[in-house]
Design a protein around this ligand. Structure first.
Ligand SMILES: Nc1ncnc2c1ncn2[C@@H]1O[C@H](COP(=O)(O)OP(=O)(O)OP(=O)(O)O)[C@@H](O)[C@H]1O
Length: 259
């Protein structure tokens, strides 16, 4: 069954039509990228899926259930995870403590926190940290980590809620190029292995062309192209309005790297 279906989403901000009849579908285990210039409507679309924004028209269907306009907390409980920004981790806590807190929240055990919270879900937290390559740093305060490592911990925190759909808004923003490639490879591997659908926005075209299964191109609130990286790369309209020379180079690099 289709994991996520956006059907004719519309969002207006005053006179600005930020999303105009945006429709797409995403299957389990699939990486779908939304790309487009600044102000194209990527975050708006994203926020309508995650429940942060209520669409003015259209529907969001999750595994066949209509979740349009439901609050983020409800959407989250229905299996939609989101990677959080640094400020939303507890900087003075250890790495493993942050993941344990996420597991405690996921299991609805926050009332038990007066007990020995730090003994709860330790093994599960370590397994998650191992999956993102951070088990060796489990006992360090998260505030001491390099930025790329914080991003890995954020991924473990998002996975603690056992999402079926993961929303990642510019996951590699602020990272060095080598860290970006490693993070996206990690996300893609986990998505395929655990059959998690990933919807992501990204300005880094190398990351998009290397790891997206399919790409949507938004311009002024409208999808102007969609398809595999190969199809999008070769679309003359996309070349003209968005990718241009830099995008072509990124696509070529991705093609060389992945055969
Ligand atoms: N809360 C808001 N109030 C008013 N206008 C908004 C609001 N959010 C977005 N917009 C407008 O809607 C349009 C789409 O914005 P959106 O942030 O979705 O684009 P984007 O593709 O995510 O851009 P970027 O790549 O810069 O993050 C823009 O014209 C923006 O100014």
């Amino acid at each position: 069954m289709t994991l996520l279906a956006a059907e004719g989403l519309v969002k207006r901000f005053g006179g600005v039509l930020a999303a105009k009849d945006v429709s797409f579908a995403l299957d389990a285990g699939e990486m779908l990228a939304i790309i487009g210039p600044n102000g194209a409507g990527k975050s708006t679309t994203f926020n309508m899926v995650g429940g942060q924004l209520r669409p003015d028209g259209g529907r969001v269907m999750l595994e066949g259930r209509d979740v349009t306009g439901m609050p983020p907390r409800t959407v989250c409980r229905m299996g939609v995870g989101r990677t959080f920004q640094v400020a939303q981790t507890f900087l003075s806590f250890t790495v493993i403590g942050n993941v344990q807190m996420a597991l405690i929240a996921h299991h609805g055990q926050t009332r038990k926190l007066l007990g020995d919270a730090m003994a709860m879900h330790r093994a599960e937290a370590l397994t998650l940290l191992d999956r993102v390559g951070m088990a060796a740093q489990a006992e360090r305060p998260i505030g001491e980590l390099a930025y790329g490592d914080v991003k890995r911990v954020e991924l473990a925190i998002a996975l603690a809620a056992a999402p079926r759909l993961l929303l990642m808004d510019e996951p590699t923003a602020g990272m060095a190029p080598s860290e970006r490639a490693a993070l996206m490879a990690l996300v893609a591997g986990i998505a395929r292995e655990q059959r998690i659908g990933v919807l992501f926005t990204e300005h880094d075209m190398d990351a998009v062309f290397a790891h997206a299964d399919r790409i949507l191109v938004l311009v002024r609130g409208e999808i102007i192209a969609r398809g595999t990286p190969e199809e999008v790369r070769n679309d003359p309209e996309v070349q003209r309005v968005y990718l241009g020379h830099a995008g072509t180079k990124a696509a070529q690099r991705a093609r060389r790297a992945h055969g």
